[in-house]
Design a protein. Structure first.
Length: 460
């Protein structure tokens, strides 16, 4: 057990380990499990688990001492570490449990008028789409969507965004804020988020970047990018325990976010009518003390905040063991391209990409599966099912079968009228793992074709 005055140290036995299956023993996987779906929930090395447990032991050893005095200091160290990684002042960074919380914090704080629009893209993450729907139900805001089906070129997407903003203005409205991804979740592919942030500045639109697949995945220089709001999960790609996300809000926009989610001790109510407003304070105190905004997010409620404190150890492990962020991206991006191409070759299909091949410049790729929805629906209807129930039932059966019979998981999706499998490149994988995954889903597709799913009791 550590003391509350000494942070846990990260013991690294070796440095610069070879990428691929040799690294698997550094993680916590069951020896029979092949982790091909890192993108959904992430994972972290055994060495980081040791650090996590040390913090958890420390808080239980003397709860008040740790929570009141040690935790704020360790949290600042994590914010400083992320400040160096993301190239922005620590005064613009706080932690929230996940990206969805960050997006909700932004949208639930903004004040909307009847002419205000929230713009989103057709590949928005489902929870964020529902958040926008909730906001349009409870405020005067309305939603507008940039509609498309991938593959499209980056320049086309940026042009479609600009045209939608101008269309809203021609109709007497104003796009107040645009929500978009760094890397889309489903289908997994890279968006031109840098160009979209620049377009938002040009058009006087607030940019809200859902970088759930961001830090530890794609390069993020927030000093150069300068988004209005950005939230990025650290537990997906940065090897930090769940749940932990970094939330960036530049000083100019911090007054817009008065409340955390949930509202907690740091909230400052508006003065009552006739009551003098308190004197305004600088966003950052000249002495270097934390601003009221940062303090607001420091303690939102009693949860296990130990994952936030693992940031320095995770960054150290990535540097000492893997050679740092650039080396990780180089390996994973290359594996993503080569692995997905090999899967497509084995399946006799194709990778979802555009002509400039920008969509796969990340750690996720989608490969078309060799099965047709029309054939599957025909078999389901003949078995007495409703046509609209067939797709969800097949999807559920495939996902559950991968996990329970094959000891793996790959994200299966039906997109653009076609079935796809989404693959996740990671440092502990190699092309041979992709080949195994391809043979596995090929066999699974054959089982779907033979109707094995029809008699299964699977909720739709």
């Amino acid at each position: 057990m550590v003391t509350s005055t000494t942070p846990p140290t990260l013991a690294v036995q070796e440095t610069k380990k070879k990428f691929g299956k040799e690294l698997r023993k550094e993680f916590l996987f069951d020896e029979k499990w092949l982790n091909l779906n890192h993108g959904s929930f992430g994972t972290y090395p055994r060495a980081i688990q040791t650090v996590l447990c040390a913090f958890q032991d420390d808080v239980e050893a003397h709860p008040d001492k740790f929570i009141w005095y040690t935790y704020p200091q360790r949290l600042d160290e994590s914010r400083e570490a992320m400040s160096k990684l993301l190239n922005v002042p620590a005064s613009t960074l706080v932690f929230v449990p996940n990206a969805t919380t960050g997006i909700n914090t932004v949208l639930r704080n903004l004040i909307f008028t009847p002419s205000d629009k929230i713009l989103y893209f057709s590949t928005i993450y489902g929870a964020c789409h529902k958040t926008i729907t909730y906001i349009t139900e409870t405020t005067p805001a309305e939603a507008v969507k940039v509609e498309y089906t991938y593959p499209v070129e980056d320049d086309w997407l940026v042009s479609a965004f600009k045209e939608k903003v101008k269309e809203v203005e021609r109709n007497g409205g104003k796009v107040k804020i645009a929500v978009f991804d760094t890397v889309v979740s489903m289908p997994g592919l890279r968006m031109p988020f840098e160009k979209l942030v620049a377009a938002c500045k040009e058009l006087d639109v607030l940019s809200c970047v859902d970088a759930a697949h961001g830090v530890g995945h794609v390069e993020l220089d927030l000093g150069a990018l300068d988004p209005d709001f950005l939230v990025s999960n650290c537990h997906k790609w940065l090897y930090v325990p769940r749940g932990c996300a970094i939330f960036h809000v530049p000083l100019r926009n911090q007054p817009l976010l008065r409340s955390t989610l949930p509202t907690s001790h740091g909230f400052s109510p508006r003065p009552a009518p006739g009551q003098a407003a308190p004197p305004q304070r600088n966003p950052v105190h000249p002495s270097g003390a934390k601003s009221a905004w940062v303090k607001n997010f420091e303690f939102v409620g009693t949860i296990d905040n130990a994952p936030y404190l693992c940031i320095p150890a995770a960054l150290q492990w990535r540097a000492d063991v893997l050679g740092g962020e650039a080396a990780i991206r180089t390996y994973c991006f290359d594996l993503n391209q080569r692995g997905a191409a090999r899967v497509a070759q084995i399946l006799g299909t194709e990778v979802l990409d555009n002509e400039t091949r920008t969509l796969t410049q990340c750690c996720l790729a989608n490969v078309r599966l060799p099965m047709e929805m029309a054939d599957i629906q025909r078999a389901g209807v003949q078995a007495g099912m409703q046509e609209e129930d067939v797709g969800p039932k097949v999807w559920n059966w495939m996902c559950r079968t991968l996990a329970t019979e094959y000891a793996t998981y790959m994200a299966i999706l039906f997109y653009g009228g076609v079935w796809w499998v989404r693959m996740s490149a990671q440092v502990y994988l190699e092309v041979g793992d992709y080949e195994w995954g391809a043979r596995t889903v090929k066999e699974l597709c054959g089982r779907v074709g033979r109707g094995e799913w029809i008699g299964e009791e699977v909720d739709v």
